[in-house]
Design a protein. Sequence first.
Length: 243
Amino acid sequence: MTCTVKKLCDFYKTPLGDVVQVYINDIVKKFIPENTKNQFILGIGYATPYFTEKLTHSNTVLSFTFDKMGGITWPNTSCSHTAIVHEDHIPLANKSVDRLIVVHALECCQSGEGLLKEINRIIALDGEVLIVFPNKAGVWSHTSHSPFAHGKHYTMSQLHDMLLKSGLHVESEERFLYFPPTQSLYTQSFFAPVEMMGSYFLPYFSGLNAITAKKRTIITPNQPAPQRPVAKKGVLKANGQST
């Protein structure tokens, strides 16, 4: 499946897409509780399925897609809060975003390193980013009809290294989506036990990984003031000489 907004939108209308959305939504709700207020929240990639009406009413919410992905008008009830941008030039001020959701983005961009550097630039000092990405070792990355089969894939350790080089510090990580990407309703009835067994017996073969990260702040310790050399006190002898 190619990485376009239209293809992703069509996928989320299928029964399998509904299941995937539920699992990713669970991750997003832990990252941004629905009672969050007065925050600037940004989605990069295809994040609109994970923005609830309550969240958008209490916060400033925008969603950006990349130029080669195409765009979407969202929400349908008011003026659009979406835009098509270039991955290495996000049109936002430095340190302006409080919460950032990255989904269907890292594998779709030309340079993962460039995108992460832009994320570090726009995220606030106390802000946080959630990145959902396909696991390089998972079956979802290697099945043609999967929405995560295109582009470049990473392992958890690879993304750890990329985040560190970009000036971001990993706060938490999660692995999920162990069931196969099938549209069979019969097979989908076994997804819950498969997910449980997969996370226990095959933890490194998840279909998706999720990482939360913050801006890494380097604190330079105060340097002590240079001390002047102090002459040793001598003991005067009777003849006036010191020892």
